[in-house]
Design a protein around this ligand. Structure first.
Ligand code: NAD
Length: 367
C-alpha cells in the first residue's frame, strides 16, 4: 500500500470511528437515576420474571411497557413498576419509543417469530436490544437483526441466562482446566409438558417445536462449552400425539452432532414427555452430570462426577429471578461501558444455524 492510499484509509477509518462515536453519544444510555432504562416488549410470563430482575439489578430499571393490552396489563405493570402512562405503548405505537429519553433499551419477550421485527424497529428507534432466545426463527432473520443493530450502533444481546449463572461458569471452567481430561462427548436434554393451546405449537409464531424452546438449552450449552460449531448433523423428529395439536411442529426431537475436534454430542427435547433436564460431560479421565440443569425459579442446580479418583459435587440455587438479574446487569454494563455482550447476536445466529442443520438432518427443514 502506498503512502497516499494509507493516508486515505486512515482518514476514512478515523471518520468511521468519529461517526460511530457520535452515533453512540446520541444514544441516551441511562435514565435520570443513572440506570439503563428498559422497556419490556410483550408482557407475558417471562417478561414478568425479567421485570422483577430488572428492578433487583443495581443498574437497570423498567421505564417503559409495550403491550397489546394497555388498559389491563399496561395499567397493572405500570403501577407495579412506576411507569408513567405516557411510557406505555402498544405494538402500533411502539416506534414512538424513539422520542422517549427514559427508554434506553428494550427487552423483547414476544413469540419467536416477532423477535426480528421488534429488534429491527427498536434499533431504528436508537434503542439497545436484549432479545429472548431463540433469537429468531431463521438464520436469515438473525443476520437482519445483527445488521440493523450494527447500522444503528446499538447493543444486541440474546437472553442466554445460563451464561450468567455461576454453576454453569464453574462447570465450563472445570472442562477448560482439563479436570476431566480430553472431552469426548456431551449429552443433554430438556423435556416438559406444554400447555397445548400456546403459540409455541403454531409454527408461524414459534418457528419450530420443542427444539426452538427447550432443546436450544443443551444445544447452546454444548456449543458454548466446546467453543466449536458442529459440522455433522443427525436428527429424528416424532409426534405420537395424534390429536392434531402438533399439526405444525414436532412433539419430540433427538439429535446427534459431531464437532471438528471429534467431540460428539447428543440431545433431545419434547413437549410431551415427563422428563428431566440435564447435561452430561464425558472426558478421558473424568465426567460430570448436572441435573436439574436448565430450569429456573424454585430450583437448585446439582452436579456430581469424578476427576480422576476424586469425587466432584456441588450445587447452586436458581431462585427467581437470580439468573435474570445477572443477565440484566451484564447487559446494562455493556450499554454503560460500550462493551460487547458475552452473548451477542452472533451467538443467537450460531444456534439458529445449528437448529436449521438439525431440522434439515431430521427431514423437517425450517429454512
Ligand atoms: P407468553 O405467551 O407468556 O408471552 C408472550 C407475550 O407476547 C404475551 O404477553 C402476549 O400477549 C404477547 N403477544 C403479542 N403478540 C402475540 C401473538 N401474536 N401471539 C401470542 N402472543 C403475543 O410467552 P413467554 O413464555 O413469556 O415467552 C416469550 C419469549 O421468551 C419466547 O421467545 C420464549 O422462547 C422466551 N422465553 C425465555 C425463557 C428463558 O428462560 N430465558 C423462558 C420462557 C420463555
Amino acid at each position: 500500500m502506498n503512502r497516499r492510499h494509507f493516508a486515505k484509509l486512515s482518514a476514512l477509518t478515523l471518520a468511521g470511528t468519529q461517526l460511530r462515536a457520535s452515533a453512540q453519544s446520541n444514544h441516551n444510555t441511562t435514565s435520570a437515576d443513572g440506570r439503563v432504562g428498559i422497556a419490556a416488549v410483550g408482557l407475558g410470563s417471562i417478561a414478568e420474571v425479567f421485570m422483577r430482575a430488572a428492578t433487583a439489578s443495581p443498574n437497570t430499571r423498567i421505564t417503559g411497557l409495550v403491550t397489546g393490552h394497555p388498559a389491563e396489563k399496561g395499567v397493572k405493570f405500570g403501577a407495579l413498576y412506576n411507569v408513567a402512562g405516557n411510557s406505555i405503548y402498544t405494538y402500533e405505537t411502539f416506534d414512538r419509543i424513539r422520542d422517549n429519553p427514559a427508554i434506553n433499551a428494550v427487552y423483547i419477550a414476544l413469540p419467536n417469530s416477532m423477535h426480528c421485527e421488534y429488534t429491527v424497529r427498536a434499533a431504528e428507534a436508537g434503542k439497545h436490544v436484549l432479545c429472548e432466545k431463540p433469537m429468531a426463527i431463521s438464520s436469515a432473520e438473525c443476520r437482519r437483526m445483527i445488521e440493523a443493530c450494527r447500522r444503528a450502533d446499538v447493543k444486541l444481546m440474546i437472553g442466554y441466562r445460563t451464561h450468567y449463572d455461576p454453576t454453569f461458569r464453574k462447570l465450563r471452567e472445570m472442562v477448560h482446566s482439563g479436570a476431566l481430561g480430553e472431552i469426548q462427548s456431551y449429552q443433554g436434554g430438556f423435556y416438559g409438558m406444554r400447555n397445548k393451546q400456546q403459540w409455541r405449537l403454531d409454527r408461524s409464531l414459534a418457528g419450530g417445536g420443542s427444539l426452538m424452546d427447550l432443546g436450544i438449552y443443551p444445544l447452546n450449552t454444548i456449543r458454548w462449552f466446546t467453543g466449536e460449531e458442529p459440522d455433522i448433523y443427525r436428527g429424528l423428529v416424532a409426534t405420537r400425539d395424534k390429536s392434531g395439536v402438533f399439526a405444525s411442529v414436532e412433539q419430540s426431537i433427538d439429535w446427534m452432532l459431531k464437532f471438528p475436534s471429534g467431540i460428539l454430542a447428543s440431545g433431545g427435547s419434547s413437549y410431551g414427555q415427563s422428563g428431566t433436564n440435564f447435561l452430561e460431560i464425558n472426558g478421558t479421565t473424568g465426567h460430570l452430570r448436572l441435573e436439574p440443569a436448565f430450569v429456573y425459579g424454585d430450583a437448585i442446580l446439582m452436579y456430581t462426577g469424578m476427576s480422576g479418583d476424586t469425587k466432584l459435587s456441588g450445587s447452586g440455587p436458581v431462585y427467581d429471578p437470580d439468573q435474570f438479574v445477572s443477565e440484566a446487569t451484564h447487559f446494562a454494563d455493556c450499554v454503560l461501558k460500550n462493551s460487547q455482550p458475552a452473548t451477542p447476536g452472533e451467538e443467537g445466529l450460531a444456534d439458529l444455524l445449528a437448529i436449521e442443520g438439525i431440522y434439515a438432518a431430521a427431514g423437517s427443514p425450517i429454512a
